[in-house]
Write a protein that binds this ligand. Structure first.
Ligand code: GDP
Ligand code: IMO
Ligand code: MG
Length: 426
């Protein structure tokens, strides 16, 4: 047994889905442990594209088992739609292959209403730019100890009671504070009832499934969503998501101790961000436009244009110290082809001092000035390169520089969206 974990080191969308899909070949079980359908993980195989929001990225491999852990927040409507879409593509999803923890919290329609109402009510810099999928409000109910959990779906009377209780508070907020229409409890119940019927067969004790697999010597792959800078504690608060995205949360969110073996930090060769919030190396210019266009940087969940900028070693150092990657999967290196000069941010000038890590005060990331090192680019298209030795010299130097700065080896280089466009270094 050699368990592994794959996590995003930046602001999400690093290419975790592709890397999980590839590493699934070495795993038996793939488990999601946090986040919800705010995630959008894209897998491309043989030119065919799949975007998964909730179901683990191992699902395209028919012999593998996928699990949704207790740390995830699950929208039943999205879950069923995703299963149906995969079935339409010939990938059959049965409870033998996919389980949901009975402790997973359920995103209800009023969570989405509240998420959206709050964003509408905010203006300017107060907006977070959430995905509007009800993620924050669902995690709030979990912490307030009033949430609905997947296991509750087995008891419709309990669901009705919990909906009624929840709506007393939610409707007051929606009507009085956000000036929106109230939600009718019978409508919510009618919405959830057929979905509950579909979900119940997938319920399981996910902790036990992982434990049994490990006892049999099988390999479990823990699939992270979002990225370290979106972590509720360690990210660019308040412009973050509502879960802990750091690897330390894998154990709590999957229900099984993750004992560090293989920890793969996914690093995009540049940086992107969707939604509001500070982004020190953002390039609102021809370089950003190059990355946005060549990298097809549109959000896989909301379709929003992703903001683009240079690689930022300060945030990557923070990811290394928080998450302990044993190796790096470097993605989208092909996107940098054609740039005469590439910049890497080595640290920040913050209040007149050079700092190597993001400062800790709220909104201090708005005040830092990146300190760059210039680096000669390469002109060749590398999307067809399939070995390290065939890489242009300057691309190799770029990879080595990242390794040297972060003191972590690059084990995978991705040069295109397809499974085949991948170089394994060992
Ligand atoms: P995730 O959320 O971390 O799984 O990343 P997303 O799937 O949201 O975004 C990554 C995007 O880049 C997807 O459209 C992938 O198909 C694509 N992608 C992944 N790796 C590469 C790569 O090496 N090169 C290029 N050009 N695209 C890639
Ligand atoms: P994957 O797993 C990129 C961002 C949103 C917003 C902030 C809060 O595909 O990398 P939320 O709806 O979570 O309350 O929104 O977090 N965000 C992501 N950005 N990739 C993601 O997931 C994201 N999930 C949330 O854009 O800025
Ligand atoms: Mg994504």
């Amino acid at each position: 047994m050699s368990n592994m974990i794959v996590f995003g080191t930046q602001w999400g969308d690093e290419g975790k889905g592709k890397i999980v899909d590839i590493l699934t070949e070495e795993a038996d079980i793939i488990v999601r442990y946090q986040g919800g359908n705010n995630a959008g993980h894209t897998l491309v195989t043989g030119g065919k594209k799949f975007i998964l929001h909730l179901i683990p990225s191992g699902i395209l491999h028919p012999s593998k088992t996928c699990l949704i852990g207790n740390g995830v927040v699950l929208d039943p409507q999205v879950f069923c739609a995703e299963i149906d879409k995969l079935s339409d593509s010939g990938i059959s999803i049965t409870p033998e292959r996919l389980s949901i923890s009975k402790k997973t919290h359920i995103i209800m329609p009023y969570h989405k209403d509240l998420d959206q109402a709050r964003e509408i009510a905010k203006s300017g810099k107060d907006k977070i730019g959430t995905t509007g999928r009800g993620i924050g409000p669902c995690y709030e109910d979990k912490m307030a100890r009033v949430g609905i959990r997947a296991g509750d779906l087995q008891n419709l009377d309990l669901i009705r009671e919990k909906i009624n209780k929840a709506l007393k508070e939610k409707n007051t907020l929606l009507e009085k504070l956000y000036l929106q229409s109230p939600v009718d409890s019978e409508d919510v119940f009618a919405h959830i009832k057929p979905l509950a019927r579909r979900l119940v067969p997938f319920l399981a004790d996910v902790s036990q499934k992982i434990q049994e697999a490990c006892e049999k010597g099988q390999t479990v792959l823990f699939e992270g969503a979002q990225g370290v800078q979106l972590d509720i504690d360690h990210g660019t608060y308040p412009y973050v998501t509502s879960s802990n995205t750091v690897t330390g949360n894998a154990s709590a969110g999957a229900g099984y101790l993750y004992n560090k073996k293989k920890v793969v930090g996914v690093v995009k060769a540049y940086t992107t961000r969707v939604g509001q919030g500070p982004f020190p190396t953002e390039q609102d210019n021809e370089f950003g436009a190059h990355m946005q266009y060549k990298g097809a940087e549109f959000g896989s969940t909301t379709g929003r244009k992703r903001r683009c900028g240079w690689l930022d070693l300060a945030i990557l150092r923070e990811s290394v110290r928080l998450c302990g990657p044993t190796e790096i999967a470097l993605t989208k290196l092909d996107v940098l082809s054609g740039l005469e000069t590439i910049k890497i941010c080595k640290g920040y000038d913050y209040q007149g001092q050079l700092v190597e890590y993001p400062p800790q005060e709220e909104n201090s990331m708005e005040l830092v000035n990146p300190v760059y090192e210039d680096f000669p680019g390469w002109s060749q298209d590398i999307s067809g390169v399939n070995s390290w030795k065939n890489m242009p010299e300057n691309a190799r130097k770029y990879v080595r520089l990242i390794e040297d700065y972060l003191k972590v080896k690059v084990s995978i280089i991705s040069v295109g969206p397809d499974r085949d466009q991948t170089i394994r270094m060992s």
